[in-house]
Design a protein around this ligand. Structure first.
Ligand code: ADP
Length: 355
């Protein structure tokens, strides 16, 4: 692994609970990793310890095969050759774009410096903007200048802390796609922190979900969504509910009884013996539930939110169990109406029954 974090712990002075607790993750060269999780879960602390801005209390960090943290080593931030982009990208307002981007290039002189500045401005799609001032640029353009400034000295690793959170929601996802293309074109390894999962999905090759200092899962977006390894991840990513279910063996085959009927095609599930009496909770995502007028199971619409191409319906079964469903938005049913639903679950995910 190009960036290798192993069993990292970070404890702030005067705090009993570590902000980062036993986190391990790896990034291959050129990969983009993203850390998501609720506020206070330790994302920024982890990022800052990779940068060398916080000292770890245990564990190691290797960057490009060099030990930079742990086992008595603490390489100072400036010696790690890491570029950083922050939320408040703090361009120097009185400096031109070229001078902002060239700020970290003191080792280059004259035409070599100018050439590098032009090269990175072109990379971020701002060729020709070198003589402009930050206030003459849009928020998205300013953020790209900040990215160019961080990339200019050819860092070994780029760290980005909530880089889009000052921007409009609409702009954010678009910029996340653009930044992904820029980072890939620059062939740089990057680790980014966000609290926005759409942003994480748009940009990351690997996504890590953190809670209370623990990294619950470190996977690609597809696996994270379809095979969440903990209840927390299942709950944090996407829309869905947990419903009580029972795994049983029937005619040599394992089946899962759920409030929406029996699910049979479940080879990814554990055996019934994994849970006492096979009793577990099944994850039912909004896109696992299909509206079907002919389905035997009826559910009442308790809430609905319009999302353009679809509605997100919150539904209640006769038993009181709540489920959610994404339904194409031309099926505009009224609140209180009963509609037919059936499960269409490609990936059946179960967890121990919560009490
Ligand atoms: P996140 O980036 O996920 O919001 P942080 O890494 O900022 O989380 O914070 C993790 C935990 O560490 C929180 O409980 C926070 O209060 C605590 N913390 C963060 N910075 C400091 C600090 N400088 N001193 C003491 N505690 C801190």
């Amino acid at each position: 692994m190009y960036l290798d974090v192993s069993d990292l712990h970070v404890t702030y002075p005067g705090r009993t609970e570590a902000a980062v607790q036993g986190v391990s993750l790896g990034l291959r060269a050129g990969d983009i990793g993203v850390l998501i999780g609720p506020s206070g879960c330790g994302k920024t602390t982890l990022l800052r310890s990779v940068a060398g801005l916080e000292r770890s209390s245990a564990g190691t960090i290797h960057l490009a095969k060099q030990l930079v943290s742990g086992q008595g080593v603490h390489t100072p931030p400036e010696a790690r050759r890491i570029g950083m982009v922050f939320q408040d990208y703090a361009l120097f307002p009185h400096m031109t774009v070229a001078n902002n981007v060239g700020f970290g290039l003191a080792h280059l002189k004259g035409s070599a410096k100018t050439a590098r500045v032009h090269e990175v401005l072109e990379l971020v799609g701002l060729a020709g903007s070198q003589d402009r001032y930050p206030h003459e640029l849009s928020g998205g353009q300013q953020q790209r200048v900040a990215l160019a400034r961080a990339l200019a000295p050819q860092p070994q690793l780029l760290l980005l802390d909530e880089p889009f959170s000052n921007l409009d929601v609409d702009l954010r996802e678009r910029l996340a796609h653009e930044v992904r293309l820029i980072l890939k074109a620059a062939n740089i390894t990057a680790l980014l922190v966000t609290h926005d999962q759409l942003e994480a999905f748009a940009i990351g090759d690997r996504i890590g979900v953190m809670n209370h200092g623990h990294l619950h899962q470190w996977d690609d977006a597809y696996t994270l969504y379809h095979r969440p390894s903990t209840r927390f991840v299942a709950d944090f990513i996407g829309h869905g509910v947990f419903a009580p279910a029972t795994l049983t063996q029937s005619g040599g085959q394992t089946v899962l009884s759920t409030p929406l009927g029996v699910l049979q095609d479940i080879e990814e599930c554990p055996l019934p013996s994994a849970y006492a009496q096979g009793e577990c909770d099944v994850l039912l995502r909004a896109d696992d539930i299909v509206h079907d007028d002919h389905a035997p199971v009826q559910a009442q619409i308790m809430r609905k939110s319009f999302r353009g191409s679809e509605f997100l319906y919150t539904l209640q079964l006769k038993s009181g169990q709540t489920v959610m469903a994404h339904v194409p938005s031309h099926h505009d049913h009224k609140l209180g109406e009963w509609i037919g639903i059936r499960p269409e679950v490609d990936h059946v995910v179960t967890f121990p029954r919560s009490t």
